[in-house]
Design a protein around this ligand. Structure first.
Ligand SMILES: *[C@@H]1O[C@H](CO)[C@@H](O)[C@H](O)[C@H]1NC(C)=O
Ligand SMILES: *[C@@H]1O[C@H](CO)[C@@H](O)[C@H](O)[C@H]1NC(C)=O
Ligand SMILES: *[C@@H]1O[C@H](CO)[C@@H](O)[C@H](O)[C@H]1NC(C)=O
Ligand SMILES: [Ca+2]
Length: 560
């Protein structure tokens, strides 16, 4: 096809779009445009600055596959819509560069969607890009300047420029350049730009709206790893509480997932008024850990000693240090299955690398082998992290008023059963944002909402068949390939992306959302349960009569 034929197509789709919205026949959500340029490096190179180059631009046919595997994203994106798959390399300093990927679907919904990363992992998130492309978005993700698995930060050692790429720079510059390519490819302005991601991705979304409030009209920040210089030392601390392996304080991984988690569920589940395997109000649960104590004749594989209870107490308490300084909030009840695996790190006798690798490679300029975590870690380590803030990664600028003033919207959610980044870190962030904005007269509910989802683990999956799926970052691929929106429930009440779009584009703020649990997390097996999730601090309360597996039997209520 030559470009004049393609231009005609674009002109026609623009006209169609305007006519459809004028007539009100089809919601604006559904208007589309198509490409005016060829999908090839030569057609796309000319708009890029000299420090950026197209590595490839490859047409993918409908139901096609795209794969550029990396440790965090080893699986190919399959069942794609017809699109142009682009990879761009960008030189970010004399010692660093990063790549970003861009999917430009033939049938484009006029919108842009950024996706993020996990942990310290380096790789393009083709899987989240796939689910966005299936919904018609021009979708983008960056490898943040390195290739590595999620817990591996060895790339950060003596590498401050790449730290900065991971901290914020690769995302911002990728967004800027990806938008240029998108608008040229379709010869059409992007109507709205969004971001949706979890964990490090949640941090990247916050970092963007804090530093570059113009980049996105709407952001979904899930389980954000926002407080890097405290979160990573806390990961190390959590492990140290549970070491040494043969010490009296050590709780083996087997006890967390079974004995402890079961006792917490037994005590906390009914306190919300319904025994359903879901702890709806973990922060409100009164938990008596002494029921776990071994008696003189107990089977020691099914109970805890007093020393072990002390370790458990620490995980359920805020981390405070010298002079009672608050360092990091506590784990919530119901997160034991996940945090137990983390704290005991497969009973290896070593601390989890999410803590040690950051402290050594980012902060102390030491290899992980040279770093002696047993003797070289204390309060001063955290203070050093606050002072140097490696890679400027902390997303702790609580004054979101520039983002609010430009009409941006933020949906922030977190799973209560998250054992890697506790939900309380999001509650604390929410508090700090309110404390920054309310004195300035900025109304937070008009642009920012927090949702805490009972039973949701870190980003996806849940405990006790708790409904968790809302179509957020990293969630679609947990249900399998080719999953788009919420199958059977493609609407702004069930799909957090559609909720954000409606808020940004039509000014209709989300209130309660509905989370879905498919049987065994397989869509084809049908819906197991649905449940309201409420804007914090409201909670879902059962009406006492209807089927508790149906969302309509629940209502969002304020705290008593
Ligand atoms: C899509 O491709 C897969 C193989 O990759 C094939 O099994 C499937 O039938 C195809 N679906 C359609 C609708 O063509
Ligand atoms: C703790 O408080 C004491 C007394 O106010 C002060 O001298 C000291 O510097 C503080 N230590 C830290 C680590 O902040
Ligand atoms: C680590 O190296 C950076 C420069 O890359 C320097 O700014 C920082 O002070 C060093 N930290 C320590 C603890 O030596
Ligand atoms: Ca319950």
């Amino acid at each position: 096809m030559n470009s004049s034929q393609l231009s005609t197509g674009n002109w026609w789709s623009t006209l169609k779009t305007s006519a459809q919205s004028l007539l009100g026949l089809i919601p604006v959500f559904q208007s589309t445009a198509g490409p005016v340029l060829e999908c090839s490096p030569s057609a796309l190179s000319s708009f890029l600055p000299s420090h950026a180059s197209i590595i490839n631009a490859v047409p993918v046919q409908a139901n096609g596959t795209w794969s550029q595997p990396s440790p965090p994203f080893p699986h190919p994106a399959t069942g794609l819509p017809a699109l142009c798959a682009i990879t761009v390399n960008v030189i970010s300093s004399t010692t660093s560069s990063f790549n970003f990927g861009l999917f430009l679907p033939d049938e484009w919904n006029l919108r842009f969607m950024g996706s993020g990363n996990g942990g310290f992992g380096g790789g393009i998130n083709w899987n989240d890009m796939e689910s966005s492309a299936l919904s018609g978005f021009a979708s983008m993700s960056t490898d943040t300047g390195h290739t590595s698995s999620v817990p591996d930060a060895s790339w950060a050692l003596h590498n401050p420029e790449t730290q900065k790429d991971w901290g914020y720079r690769a995302m911002h510059e990728s967004v800027e350049l990806a938008k240029v390519i998108t608008q040229k490819y379709y010869n059409s302005k992007i109507k709205y730009s969004y971001f949706s991601s979890c964990s490090t991705g949640g941090r990247q979304g916050l970092k963007e709206l804090q530093m570059f409030p113009e980049d996105f009209d709407g952001v979904i920040s899930a389980a954000p790893a926002w407080w890097t210089s405290h979160l990573q030392p806390w990961h190390l601390t959590m492990s140290l509480w549970n070491l040494p392996l043969n010490g009296p304080n050590h709780i083996p991984s087997s006890l967390f997932a079974t004995i402890i988690a079961a006792e917490v569920m037994k005590q906390c589940d009914p306190q919300d008024g319904l025994i359903d395997g879901i702890i709806s109000n973990p922060e409100g649960c009164i938990f008596v850990p002494e029921t776990l104590l071994c008696g003189p004749k107990s089977d020691k594989s099914k109970c805890l000693t007093a020393s072990q209870l002390n370790t458990l107490d620490k995980s359920f308490s805020d981390w405070v240090d010298t002079n009672n300084t608050f360092l990091f909030p506590h784990l919530s009840r119901g997160a034991e299955a996940q945090f137990g695996g983390f704290m005991s790190y497969a009973d290896s006798g070593l601390p989890h690398p999410m803590g040690t690798t950051w402290v050594s490679n980012f902060l102390l300029n030491l290899t992980t082998t040279d770093y002696d975590w047993a003797t070289n870690f204390d309060f001063r380590t955290v203070q050093l992290g606050d002072e140097t803030n490696p890679g400027q990664a902390n997303a702790d600028d609580f004054d979101l008023s520039p983002f609010a003033a430009r009409g941006g919207k933020l949906i922030h959610y977190h799973g209560y059963s998250d054992g890697l980044i506790p939900a309380t870190a999001s509650i604390y962030l929410h508090q700090q944002i309110l404390r920054s904005l309310i004195p300035k007269g900025v109304s937070t509910p008009s642009f920012y909402k927090l949702y805490l989802i009972p039973g949701l683990l870190h980003c996806s999956g849940s405990i006790g068949d708790a409904p968790w799926y809302i179509g957020g970052g990293g969630q679609h691929s947990t249900l399998g390939a080719n999953v788009k929106s919420i199958p059977g429930f493609e609407d702004p009440r069930h799909d957090v992306v559609l909720a954000l779009m409606r808020w940004v584009e039509e000014g209709v703020a989300p209130e309660e959302l509905v989370a879905t649990k498919f049987v065994d997390d397989r869509v084809e097996k049908g819906v197991r349960r649905q449940r309201l999730v409420c804007p914090y601090p409201m909670q879902a309360r059962w009406d006492g009569a209807g089927d508790p597996d149906l969302a309509e039997s629940w209502a969002c209520k304020g705290l008593h």
